[in-house]
Design a protein around this ligand. Structure first.
Ligand code: AMP
Ligand code: ZN
Length: 472
């Protein structure tokens, strides 16, 4: 097994991810709130998490991947009531849209994908434990709040310091924050259980404190404990979740169990749009469909979103998409070239026999998940490599290494494009075009290329032959 390192937000340094013997490496990612399209900022985060998971797998870790679905909160309730449909009917629709987008982006499916509404019992049990240990208290309306002053380590992840704020401390007497999302300046006791309100409609559950619903933060603590035990190995999310969400998850979980909640924390920097965070509340969002409808394929979008290190903010631009498209085109061309040189029917099946050409690119992924360095290294090797002059037994090695890297980057579906079976009519046009080209009838050759493209295929000419692959 090889060891990976990443920047751990908790310890503020780069650390090797060590496994705990006898159990799989448990990874918990905070999932989407299913009330609308996930936007490309969300997908930047999910794509980088996906690459991290894949790199762990390629390195030989046995991974258990849990990602939740937040299917009850202020927004899901408000929007479902506005449409006059049940909460489940509403969130199911957006869950399906999310899953569909994930599939188009070739993201790994979690081993467990728990819904908050299906774990009310676990959340109530955790809240009861916090009350019994003196970390939570009830307010007059029957809501339950976490007393942040009761947890000495509050702030250890995000660096907020409650004692510099005017937070008052007597148990039960603190200022409170009813909303789930709030800024650092307003750190306050936060809601674990929200008493039923008229605006909640039918969306409430019975509890020892009366009808109500869980606050947002408690679901991740309760569900990660259920599926990964008291200690998660690696917890992931966008940087905006660091505070308050992850800080609150730590406070709840560690106060309840007395054990460390997550050993490593992986946070991804934001995707920006015109210099501002892409977010639904700012209204500067693009969904996957928005960009696909401008003519960029999901794979191109994915490539553009990984072209910058996870710790750096990335500004979303059309230029970025264009260079991603040409990079993808180049990779597909190389794959189809190697496919015809090796004569392999299916390129992904070529056995891997160690790193000879692309070891540096792999090392870049293992060392703090450096996707831009990995991509840069792949292209610099390809620039120097003259495939035709390589001894023929090396072609398969080269192909196997590229395929392994493409898997790690979640771009392995490119091999399907190259392996796709060419329909007879397209093949016939391609042959006619090649003959036209050889006889210097370029007008006919161009017309045929256009027809081939219209049918969803691409031609790439080499010196003595051509390759054909599915458009991406
Ligand atoms: P949400 O559905 O808002 O809970 O977000 C799902 C995931 O996307 C979380 O990990 C967020 O931190 C992350 N996220 C939200 N906005 C952005 C953004 N502009 N760039 C990168 N990640 C984001
Ligand atoms: Zn969470």
């Amino acid at each position: 097994m090889e060891i990976l390192s990443i920047y751990n937000t908790l310890t503020k340094n780069n650390q090797e991810l060590m496994v705990v013997d006898g159990r799989p490496f448990g990874v918990y990612c905070c999932g989407p709130t299913v009330y609308n399209y996930a936007h490309l900022g969300n997908f930047r985060t999910f794509i980088l998490q996906d690459i991290l998971l894949r790199v762990l797998k390629v390195a030989g870790y046995e991974v258990k991947f849990v990602r939740n679905l937040t299917d009850v909160d202020d927004k899901t309730i408000k929007n479902s009531l506005a449409l006059g449909v049940s909460l489940r009917e509403f969130t199911k629709k957006w869950e399906n849209v999310f899953h569909d987008d994930c599939q188009r982006l070739n993201l790994l499916v979690p081993d467990v994908e728990p819904r908050a509404t299906e774990h009310i019992k676990e959340q109530i049990a955790l809240i009861e434990k916090l009350i019994s240990k003196g970390h939570a208290y009830m307010t007059e309306d029957g809501s339950i709040y976490y007393d942040v002053s009761s947890f000495g380590d509050y702030g250890k992840l995000s660096g907020v310091n409650i004692f510099n704020l005017e937070h008052q401390s007597a148990n039960g007497g603190g200022d409170r924050n009813e909303s789930d999302e709030y800024a650092r300046e307003s750190v306050r006791d936060f809601a674990l259980w929200k008493a039923k309100k008229a605006t909640d409609g039918e969306n409430f559950w019975p509890s020892p404190w009366g009808d109500g619903r869980p606050g947002w933060h408690i679901e991740c603590s309760a569900m990660s404990m259920k599926y990964l035990g008291h200690t998660i190995d690696l917890h992931c999310g966008g940087v905006d979740l660091c505070f308050p969400h992850h800080e609150n998850e730590i406070a709840q979980s560690e106060a309840a169990t007395g054990e460390i909640f997550s050993r490593y924390w992986f946070h991804t920097a934001h995707l920006l749009m015109d210099g501002e965070k892409m977010s639904k509340s700012l209204g500067n969002i693009f969904s996957l469909n928005d960009i696909v409808s401008k003519g960029f394929s999901p794979m191109v979008i994915k490539y553009a979103l990984m072209a910058c290190h996870y710790s750096q903010q990335l500004n979303f631009t059309t230029d970025g998409l264009r260079s991603a498209a040409s990079a993808i085109h180049r990779i597909i061309t190389i794959l189809s070239r190697l496919k015809s040189l090796t004569g392999c029917a299916s390129i992904a099946d070529v056995p891997f026999a160690g790193w000879k050409y692309f070891g540096e690119a792999w090392m870049a992924l293992k060392t703090d998940l450096n996707t831009p360095r990995c991509l840069g290294s792949i292209f610099s090797v390809l620039n120097e490599l003259n495939l035709e002059s390589l001894p023929s037994h090396q072609w398969k090695h080269c192909l196997a290494e590229i395929c392994k890297l493409l898997y790690a980057l979640g771009l392995d579906n490119m091999s399907n494009l190259v392996d796709a079976i060419v329909p007879g009519a397209v093949q016939a046009m391609a042959e006619e075009r090649w003959a036209a080209k050889l006889s210097k009838n370029f007008t006919l050759a161009d017309e045929l290329r256009q027809k081939i493209n219209d049918a969803g295929w691409e031609i790439n000419d080499a010196k003595t032959s051509y390759e054909i692959f599915k458009s991406f």
